[in-house]
Design a protein around this ligand. Structure first.
Ligand code: PLP
Length: 451
């Protein structure tokens, strides 16, 4: 008998991140295509993808305009680089568009193939800049525990997840501050404002201990994504930003997930009302239709980088596919689709329904916290609601929920003991209701098993 697709997938493909119990209990799901917010597997089963792929497929899986933009550019000029004083017209137009939609009055864009590489590139830019300006010791990077910035050696070092231990990471000089999760980290009797103040004091203490002159940047996701959709406490960035400014430390907003509408504004920093010195973008920038990332420098860093590069004639860095014309053509179309063809409007219109669905499920006995912003949310499973006591880790509760959801025709993601939802921006009201109904079925089944 011919081997199944599922068996073939497991035999010859090596998994990275797997949410392991999910794979072992139900086997690999092999997908062939998508329809709107649904994906379809080799057996013809349809799944509503409450993950938007990996937070990126915001226009769904069969957007005709995006495929047409790709085809037109493949026919016209299928590939070029952005080295040696040459780049495609599409690249020029995308840089102008990114600056136009950024919070910056002016700036400069550097392209990568992924969010990880964009964070890596940012760090190399700052190291390069600080050396050129006579401050070679300014190399340390501040991020937060539980943050996710990628998997390359530098971006993994920025990432504040315990699993980096298995690689002997982080590298020296990558410092992880407290995770701004009030529900979990706030102390008994501590108000949200007090918690924010404590995180501000931690930053001040860290700068004093390490020395401001040794620090190159503070990099933060506006709302942490892969850390479990952590919305910072009230006033967090308003506390952090002035401290950094006083010490001359750039604040970089990693908008790989939040950027291009996820939080209800174009940028997460706009939803949370702070002004960064640079932005890291990827994912929704091409609606997931092409792998692409970007470092968007605000005016001050752009000017200083330009001077530093001119002083030695170049910034010696770049990827073969940096500013790929097909990626840029797709990104131009994706940004247009999001901003001008109603996707961002739909995020805003759907958000109350999303919040109501989350609030309804938060009534369940084993949901400790429902949190989120715009169309990103998480439901935190707990053994004991009042005491915020997590389930025994060996029960793999969130993975079981993801499994039961898959059985019900819904893809959602377990992160820690939370289940995360980040639906595509094209969802209809009916599809959103279907998402919550299926998730409720899955939660009910799993809580009956483990509760
Ligand atoms: N930064 C953030 C905030 C992310 O969520 C991710 C990926 O999920 C990355 C960086 C890394 O992006 P990539 O997977 O494209 O390398």
């Amino acid at each position: 008998t011919p081997q199944s697709w599922e068996a073939r997938a497991e035999a010859a493909s090596f998994y990275g991140f797997t949410d392991l119990p999910t794979i072992h209990e139900r086997g690999t799901v092999v997908l062939t295509h998508g329809e709107g917010p649904y994906v379809v597997d080799v057996q013809g089963r349809r799944y509503l993808d409450a993950n938007s792929g990996l937070w990126n497929m915001v226009a769904g899986f069969d957007h005709p305009g995006l495929a047409a933009a790709a085809k037109a550019q493949y026919d016209r000029f299928p590939g070029y680089h952005a080295f040696f004083g040459r780049m495609s017209d599409q690249t020029v137009m995308l840089s102008e568009k990114l600056i136009e939609v950024s919070p910056f009055a002016r700036g400069k864009v550097f392209y990568t193939n992924s969010g990880s590489e964009a964070n890596d590139t940012l760090v190399k830019m700052l190291w390069f800049l600080n050396r050129a300006e006579g401050r070679p010791q300014a190399r340390k990077i501040l991020t937060r525990k539980n943050s996710y910035h990628g998997v390359t050696v530098v971006s993994a070092s920025m990432t504040g997840k315990p699993y980096n231990d298995v690689f002997g990471l982080p590298l020296d000089g990558f410092i992880h501050l407290g995770c701004p999760h009030y529900w979990r980290e706030g102390r008994d009797g501590e108000s949200e404002a007090d918690y924010t103040a404590r995180l501000g004091a931690e930053l001040e203490d860290t700068i004093a201990r390490e020395g401001a002159a040794s620090i190159a940047a503070f990099v933060a996701e506006p709302v942490m994504g892969a850390g479990g959709v952590i919305v910072p406490p009230e006033g967090y960035f308003q506390t952090i930003a002035p401290i950094l400014k006083r010490h001359g430390i750039p604040l970089v907003s990693d908008e790989v997930i939040c950027g291009f509408g996820r939080t209800g504004a174009v940028w997460g920093c706009q939803s949370l009302d702070f002004m960064p010195d640079a932005i890291i973008a990827s994912k929704a920038m091409t609606a997931g239709y092409f792998p692409m990332g970007a470092v968007i420098l605000g005016p001050d860093l752009a000017d200083r980088m330009q001077d530093a590069a001119e002083a030695i004639e170049e910034f010696p860095h770049g990827f073969t596919a940096s500013g790929h014309p097909v990626g840029c053509a797709i990104a131009l179309k994706a940004i247009d689709v999001i901003l001008n063809e109603g996707l961002l409007d739909n995020v805003r219109a759907l958000t109350p329904r999303f919040e109501a669905g989350m609030a309804r499920l938060a009534q369940m006995d084993h949901i400790g916290e429902a949190r989120g912003m715009g169309l990103m949310g998480a439901l935190e499973a707990v053994q004991d609601k009042a005491g915020k006591v997590p389930f025994d880790g060996s029960l793999s509760v969130s993975e079981r929920i993801a499994n039961a959801s898959t059985d019900a025709g819904l893809i959602c993601r377990p992160l820690g003991q939370a289940v995360v939802l980040c639906p595509p921006f094209i969802m209809t009201d009916a599809q959103m209701d279907e998402m919550f109904e299926k998730l409720e079925q899955a939660l009910t089944r799993v809580f009956a098993e483990v509760g």
